[in-house]
Design a protein around this ligand. Structure first.
Ligand SMILES: Cc1cc2nc3c(=O)[nH]c(=O)nc-3n(C[C@H](O)[C@H](O)[C@H](O)COP(=O)(O)OP(=O)(O)OC[C@H]3O[C@@H](n4cnc5c(N)ncnc54)[C@H](O)[C@@H]3O)c2cc1C
Length: 330
């Protein structure tokens, strides 16, 4: 067993690396590396992946393992599971971290199972016990409690971290690139990606955004969701929604926040015409500041909010948007 702490890079469809990777490297250096006495290393899997390695070094990865293989072009679980499992078996790192994203939710648990490692998903705190077992914090009970959990033993331990749970910080380093050749043939890939359709948006991605404006069923129609988009654009925020709004067809599923949608952890979460059901709260309860706009003074969301505006959204949002425009112009 080596004393290395690995952070597996999470890549977007265009190949760029998600911020959560840099957040995980920064936090691993801050709260794990000294005590364990091992380096933080990056892992980049993909086709043309070598170009990305230097970015991880900037945040403090001392070494970056790269598996560059054309069969890893476009995310596919078969290839990624094999590549990462073989790499872990070869080097036996102490800890393996990854961002908690839809990609890692797909393949990281299967890697953990294949290499026989313990795994904790969606952590918002990471540290160590006195005998260097991984100790993590994660939300439970629909984000109303935080539980602290320890790994049983200190063989390879794996965890995914929630985007925005930690702050990334450049350290000015440049990681040594270690090219690894892992045999991944076309036969290994059982599912072929035949087409990727992306929806262009100037708004930040929901799970990574520092500010999120979400709308609920109270918006009443797809057209009225323009109020949400206008406010989001003024604030440079991502736009989210409740399941009720998605089910009603006001906006697409990729905007859904909550238990069966995305988990977000922004600095500011503005909930417009959202009642505050536990299933919604479980996806946004870790937001630093929650602001709610609701016409029902007894709406449960107010009990979970830092600031509340009790009023009709159609009265509140237009002047709020105007004032914001003026303030931003100044
Ligand atoms: C297994 C399961 C999983 C689920 N997963 C999710 C999930 O991932 N995400 C999720 O969000 N939900 C989820 N739900 C659904 C959840 O239980 C709630 O039904 C849903 O969150 C309610 O959405 P809402 O707040 O938009 O609607 P409502 O509960 O109908 O609330 C609408 C609110 O808008 C207010 N309002 C209405 N008009 C106005 C106005 N003009 N101005 C101001 N306020 C107004 C009302 O006062 C009310 O508080 C799940 C449920 C189940 C059973």
């Amino acid at each position: 067993m080596s004393s290395e702490i690995w952070v597996v890079a999470d890549q977007k469809i265009d190949g760029s690396i998600r911020k959560v990777t840099f957040e995980a490297i920064t936090e691993a250096k801050r709260s794990l590396a000294d005590k364990i006495g091992g380096p933080v290393c990056g892992v980049v899997l993909g086709s043309g992946a070598a170009d990305k390695a230097s970015e991880l070094g900037k945040y403090g990865a001392e070494k970056v393992y790269v598996v560059d293989n054309e069969n890893l072009k476009d995310f596919n679980p078969d290839g990624y599971i094999k590549a990462l499992s073989e790499l872990i078996k070869k080097h036996s790192p102490k800890i393996v971290l990854a961002g908690n994203t839809s990609f890692s939710e797909d393949y990281i648990p299967r890697v953990a199972s294949r290499v026989g490692a313990g795994l904790a998903m969606d952590c918002v705190g990471i540290g160590l016990t006195d005998d260097n077992r991984l100790k993590i914090e994660r939300y439970s009970h629909s984000s109303r409690a935080i539980s602290t959990q320890e790994f049983h033993d200190s063989d390879t331990m794996m965890a995914t971290v929630r985007p925005n749970a930690f702050k990334e910080q450049e350290s000015g380093g440049s990681g040594e690139v270690v090219n690894e050749s892992i045999d991944i043939s076309a036969d290994d890939i059982k599912i072929k990606v035949v087409n990727i359709e992306t929806k262009e948006s100037d708004r930040p991605e929901l799970t990574e955004a520092e500010r999120v404006v979400s709308g609920g069923r109270g918006l009443g129609s797809e057209e009225n969701f323009e109020h949400i988009y206008n406010l989001a654009d003024l604030l440079g925020a991502a736009a989210g929604a409740t399941r009720a709004a998605v089910d009603a067809g006001y906006c697409p599923y990729n905007m859904q926040v909550g238990q069966t949608g995305k988990a977000v952890s922004p600095v500011l979460y503005i909930a417009v015409a959202i009642s505050g059901a536990v299933q919604h709260f479980s996806g946004m309860g870790s937001s630093k500041v929650i602001v709610s706009i609701n016409k029902d003074p007894d709406a449960p969301i107010f009990q979970k909010s830092d600031y509340g505006i009790c009023g009709d959204l159609f009265d509140v949002l237009p002047p709020l948007n105007e004032e914001l425009k003026k303030a931003l112009a100044e």
